[in-house]
Design a protein around this ligand. Structure first.
Ligand code: PGA
Length: 251
């Protein structure tokens, strides 16, 4: 409780040169909320242009390869992200865990690779609808964390966790506030057990259909230290009210 809020947008496979004006608008508007950390994770190919367009504003990647370099066609290394101007990256998003069959072990290696070059990492976990309905959501997320948390919460850069129930992503459905509270409390216990006091300072974001109309309620939950926002991060008009809700939730 009481950690500075982080609101990160995940643009997924959206974003062309013509959208850089939207990046500029969001970055400029974010200056009105100095108490909130705001970031946009854009497609890899847009990172450099976005970072140049908005110096001082955090631009991130959406994935990273675990190797330093080598024969990995189509992949982007942590140093490449950094070199392009990124200061953070998402790892383990469910769309990659599912479609690219990424394992916990790979996600862990990716997180370690990114942290080692000084990139802030947002590590995603979350259960399917089937798991939620079977009553095993908390234990499933705990097991994802056990498998994908990096060995150490690196001192070079911050590690944040994003709890994103798969069935809430892009669907307009969200868990009950009680379910979010239960999961975030469980994640907090897991990271404190794993890392000790750095776990207490680790930000735990909620993601999945966050929008202006539900953000205030979600940010009021203990151990919700921000949000990872997909669809509603594409336009400043949708995204900034979420940032404003994060600012309003500060003590
Ligand atoms: P959404 O996506 O906000 O569009 O549900 C969230 C995410 O996948 O990070």
């Amino acid at each position: 409780m009481g950690l500075r809020k982080l609101v990160a947008g995940n643009w997924k496979m959206h974003g062309l040169s013509s959208d850089l004006d939207e990046v500029r608008t969001i970055a400029a508007a974010a200056r009105d909320y100095p108490g909130v950390d705001v970031a946009l994770c854009v497609p890899a190919i847009l990172i450099e242009r976005a970072a140049r367009a908005v110096s001082g504003f955090a631009i991130g990647g959406q994935d990273v390869h675990q190797a330093e370099k080598g024969a990995h066609t189509g992949c982007t290394s942590a140093l490449m992200l950094l070199d392009a101007g990124a200061s953070l990256t998402i790892v383990g998003h469910s769309e990659r865990r599912d479609a690219q069959r990424e394992s916990d072990e790979q996600v862990k290696a990716k997180a370690e690779a990114a942290l080692s070059v000084g990139l802030v990492v947002i590590l995603c976990v979350g259960e399917s609808l089937e798991v939620r309905e079977s009553g095993r959501a908390v234990e499933t997320v705990r097991s994802q964390l056990d498998g994908s948390l990096p060995e150490t919460p690196n001192g070079e850069a911050e590690l944040a966790i994003a709890y994103e129930p798969i069935w809430a992503i892009g669907t307009g459905k969200i868990p009950t506030m009680g379910e979010i509270a239960e999961m975030h409390a469980s994640i907090r216990r897991t990271v404190v057990k794993r890392y000790g006091s750095p776990g207490a300072g680790m930000r735990i974001l909620y993601g999945g259909s966050v929008k202006a109309s539900n953000a205030a309620e979600i940010f009021a939950i203990a151990d919700v230290d921000g949000a990872l926002v997909g669809g509603a991060s594409l336009k400043a008009a949708d995204f900034m009210p979420i940032v404003a809700a994060a600012a309003a939730s500060l003590p």
